[in-house]
Design a protein around this ligand. Structure first.
Ligand SMILES: Nc1ncnc2c1ncn2[C@@H]1O[C@H](COP(=O)(O)OP(=O)(O)OP(=O)(O)O)[C@@H](O)[C@H]1O
Length: 468
């Protein structure tokens, strides 16, 4: 700062952000900055306080305007009645009114934070909040940028914004479709930790559900960073869960399995290289194969043959994809530790397995053959990009390196700041979920303990008329 720019400093009783303008304030710009803008930002409160007074004064004002003013007592009683009506309305609609006033307060805080942080144009315009959503752990703002600002500039000021807004973190995400409308999350707390900083265990509605419908209800996975429950589709989607040992893959992969187990319209098939991973789920599985690549290829071939039959039926019906009303079972294939097969030492068998898996993943979606696959070793020889790129949901639990994270999510995400290697080791079950070509987002899986899984499996077997 040069000597000319330095300002005299006195006792600062009232701290306020400096409004930058291109030139010295004129009378009009001073009024705009110090009267019109604050009045606009306080308009909701002004409407609540002044509205009833003004409405109550209307009869008296009209009478005065026509030259026959009513007594002042009429003015007083008019205002009193109008204030009473407004108070009753506020009480009756208190929930809505409180939310409406709260949204106004958030807009004011945002305006002030942008000005303190220098997120404004030379014409003193700041990103406009078009929508405010309250979530359990964050406040989401949909914003519209004034011309002259970009999402990157807002993101660069995130730390300053977080200080002024007094929140844990400010996350700015560009809308992939429209550069002008970034989404700003004001992270109030970490939804994956409790107030003592300990990891929270998230319950699942599947633990107590008598049955489930995967077509209509999808799979409840856990919580996102907003602290809101997150559900994904199962039918028509494939899922990859990967990460370092003990990161929480089996727990995460157990959620689609639990939803499928509780839906008697789902046939579950398993390929379990570790031989113990699906032990709890075996009673609801149609067929499980273990660490035998020939068995695994045979299972894939039989599923592909069934899928081809479905496509023939769809073609005969003139349909492009299976729908619930056809009543066809959903055939879920779950593969644990795919490395055993995709990196099998016998090249011929490995190629056969990979080709069959790619075929099922690529064509199975529309015929209701979702694939759920998990691996401990996310490297390119284990998760070939030809398989990964066909998978809509990629869930990267904690990884040891940025490369491993990129292998799961796709090349380039780590350099854009989305790397599962940054997930804290203590946060088991937290991963970056890339859903349907969006932007990776942190999600913590719900936790089903062994007793909950046994209960789900027993109910699922009962729904199928099988013994658990
Ligand atoms: N969502 C979760 N909430 C709470 N604890 C979790 C969660 N996910 C995993 N854990 C804890 O982490 C432990 C390891 O989880 P899990 O067995 O799923 O890891 P993994 O990645 O499958 O390990 P491995 O690769 O060795 O099989 C679990 O026993 C559990 O204690």
């Amino acid at each position: 700062m040069t000597e000319e720019q330095r300002k005299p400093v006195g006792l600062t009783l009232w701290e306020s952000p400096e409004v930058q303008t291109r030139s010295q304030h004129t009378a009009a710009s001073w009024i705009a900055a110090n009267v019109v803008r604050p009045a606009w930002l306080w308009r909701r409160e002004a409407a609540v306080l002044l509205g009833p007074v003004l409405v109550g004064a209307v009869p008296w004002a009209v009478s005065a305007a026509v030259g026959a003013p009513l007594p002042l007592s009429v003015l007083g009683s008019g205002i009193a009645v109008s204030c009473a009506v407004a108070a009753v309305l506020l009480v009756v609609t208190w929930r809505w009114s409180a939310g409406w006033l709260w949204r106004g307060r958030i807009r004011r805080k945002w305006d002030s934070a942008c000005r303190y942080s220098g997120v404004e144009t030379t014409a003193a315009r700041v990103p406009r909040v078009t929508r405010v959503e309250r979530h359990p752990a964050a406040v989401r703002l949909n914003t519209r940028l004034p011309k002259g600002l970009s999402t990157d500039e807002v993101a660069a000021a995130a730390e300053k914004l977080a200080v002024v807004l007094d929140v844990r973190e400010v996350k700015v995400t560009r809308d992939p479709e429209r550069a002008r409308f970034p989404i700003v999350d004001l992270q109030v707390r970490n939804p994956f930790r409790d107030s003592d900083g300990q990891p929270v265990v998230i319950g699942s509605p599947l633990a107590s559900a008598a049955s489930w419908d995967v077509w209509d209800n999808g799979v409840p996975l856990g919580l996102d960073t907003l602290g809101a429950p997150l559900t994904i589709r199962l039918v028509g989607r494939n899922i990859l869960v990967a990460g370092e040992p003990e990161a929480g893959k089996s727990v995460a992969a157990g959620l689609p399995l639990a939803a499928a187990a509780l839906d008697p319209n789902v046939r579950i098939f398993g390929i379990d290289a570790k031989q113990v991973e699906f032990a709890l789920w075996a009673p609801v599985m149609e067929r499980v194969v273990y660490n035998d690549v020939d068995d695994a290829i045979d299972l894939l071939d039989s599923l592909i043959a069934e899928m081809d039959e479905r496509y023939a039926k769809l073609r005969a019906e003139g349909m492009r994809s299976a729908v619930k009303s056809l009543g066809w079972p959903v055939n879920l294939l779950a593969i644990d530790e795919m490395r055993f097969f995709t990196a099998h030492p016998d090249k011929k068998k490995r190629d056969r397995f990979n080709a069959a898996l790619i075929d099922l993943i690529a064509r199975g979606r529309a015929a209701a053959f979702p694939v759920l696959t998990a691996t401990q070793k996310p490297s390119t020889d284990v998760v070939p990009s030809s398989i990964r790129d066909l998978i809509a949901y990629r869930w990267a639990m904690r990884c040891s390196t940025r490369d491993a994270s990129d292998t799961i999510l796709g090349a380039g995400w780590a350099s854009e700041g989305y790397s599962a290697s940054r997930i804290d080791m203590a946060d088991r079950g937290v991963g970056l979920l890339l859903a349907e070509g969006g932007i990776p987002a942190e999600v913590k899986s719900a936790y089903l303990d062994d007793d909950a899984i046994k209960g789900i499996v027993a109910r699922g077997a009962g729904l199928r008329g099988w013994s658990a």
